[in-house]
Write a protein that binds this ligand. Structure first.
Ligand code: GLV
Ligand code: MN
Ligand code: MN
Length: 407
């Protein structure tokens, strides 16, 4: 089996962390200057690894193996949340480069074809999993029109960063046979159970919506309570019912969140005339996701009927569909884990969404997890132990080699 270079992997991950480093975390939103600098650094890393690397027309960094197929695609994302950790996405990208480099450098495996990718905008600064959707041929006009918090569209951003007119690089059905992604768990289960590796069996679906409340702006001292059309009060009422109504139709592992909200104009002496919130819900079952969508629609209609504010809902970003991982890849990752850490790995679902959601309908797809310290992610405090990072890459490399040589 091929041996990866653990110290080299850790060094390169720490170098990637410097692009956008903020305290112990990273702020590297898609198409920011620092994101594009990191993408150019990734092109150099992939080229040094022996891949033919470039940034394509949607911002994906793709390193193509010089070998003919069949090829596996190894990837994850290099963008972060507005307050992100240093490993979310970055680790999977650097695993891909390390595995490709190690396989190409070993005469016993140098003929195997591994293409590596750092996808654009998995975190949805503009549209979640934008880059992987482009790769599988699912880029829509709506995706190109999607905007970031400053109102900049994807199309304008591509122009700004010099990618307008650059061709996208897409999945090649005659070459690509599988997609594998490594990631930190981002939850507490591996650490709590003492397992070193998670082999993912399926990934939740994610849907979101914006709920808007329109009332009447007025003086907070002189407007009698009975005459108010307080958009903030309507938002809070929605929040309370959202918790209980979703609980009533949830599955055992469902989650739902109001992660962002606002009131206008946002002053304590003003009854708010407008308010909004962003809701998100996740489950591995399409039926549960459909129940959540219906519950949200019914709740919005109920509050709109009750008044005094108008309440509407907009579903925007397509989100992610729930998917199951390919059984053959689950088996190969499990065997690789058992060889390195007998009895200290587990099959598990993923509560986080990944670019692997995009791939599963198109290619046999699999994912490997390593433990997150304290189960923390989407926070500057996100971290994993060095020995887990290196072990995960060893298992990943073994599995990629075994999968490709079994074809
Ligand atoms: C991906 O980052 C997610 O929010 O699941
Ligand atoms: Mn993330
Ligand atoms: Mn991620």
């Amino acid at each position: 089996m091929v041996e990866i270079d653990g110290p080299r992997l850790l060094r390169s991950l720490r170098e990637l962390r410097t692009f956008g480093a903020t305290g112990s975390g990273v702020v590297r939103p898609t198409f920011s200057d620092v994101d594009m600098t990191a993408r150019r650094w990734l092109v150099a890393q992939m080229s040094e690894a022996g891949l033919e690397a470039s940034i394509d027309g949607i911002g994906n960094v793709i390193g193509r193996s010089p070998n003919p197929g069949p090829a596996v695609v190894l990837g994850s994302h290099s963008d972060t949340q507005p307050e992100g950790g240093w490993l979310d996405g970055a680790m999977g990208v650097m695993y891909g480069i390390e595995v490709a480099r190690s396989l190409l450098a070993d005469p016993a495996t140098a003929q195997l074809a591994v293409d590596v990718a750092a996808w654009a905008d998995e975190e949805g600064t503009y549209a979640s999993a934008l880059g992987s959707h482009s790769f599988v041929g699912e880029l829509t006009d709506a995706s190109l029109a999607a905007t970031n918090a400053d109102g900049e569209s994807v199309a304008s951003a591509l122009n700004r960063v010099g990618l307008a007119g650059v061709d996208p690089i897409c999945l090649e059905p005659d070459r690509h046979v599988a997609y594998l992604e490594a990631h930190i768990e981002q939850g507490p289960h591996l650490e709590a159970s003492g397992n070193r590796i998670g082999v993912v069996t399926g990934i939740v679906g994610i849907s979101g919506a914006t709920v808007r409340f329109r009332g009447e702006q007025n003086h907070a001292g002189t407007t009698p309570m009975s005459m108010r059309k307080d958009a903030a009060a309507s938002l809070f009422e929605f929040g309370v019912r959202f918790r209980s109504r979703f609980a009533a139709v949830a599955g055992p592992a469902s989650v739902w969140t109001i992660g962002n909200l606002g009131v206008h104009p946002g002053a304590e002496s003003i009854v708010a005339g407008e308010a909004w919130c962003r809701v998100q819900y996740r489950d591995a079952s399409v039926q549960v996701m459909d129940r959540f969508a219906d519950t949200l629609t019914a709740l919005v209609a109920e509050l709109d009927d009750e008044g005094p504010c108008r309440v509407t809902v907009e579903t925007g970003d397509r989100g992610m569909v729930p998917v199951t991982m390919d059984p053959a890849i689950v088996a190969v990752l499990g065997s690789a884990a058992e060889r390195r850490v007998p009895g200290a790995w587990v099959e598990m679902p993923s509560g986080a969404g990944h670019d692997a959601n995009t791939f599963a309908p198109h290619l046999p797809t699999g994912m490997l997890f390593i433990p997150s310290i304290g189960g923390v992610s989407h926070d500057f405090a996100e971290d994993s132990h060095d020995d887990d990072i290196v072990l995960g890459c060893c298992v990943f490399a073994d599995a990629v080699e075994a999968y490709l040589t079994s074809l």
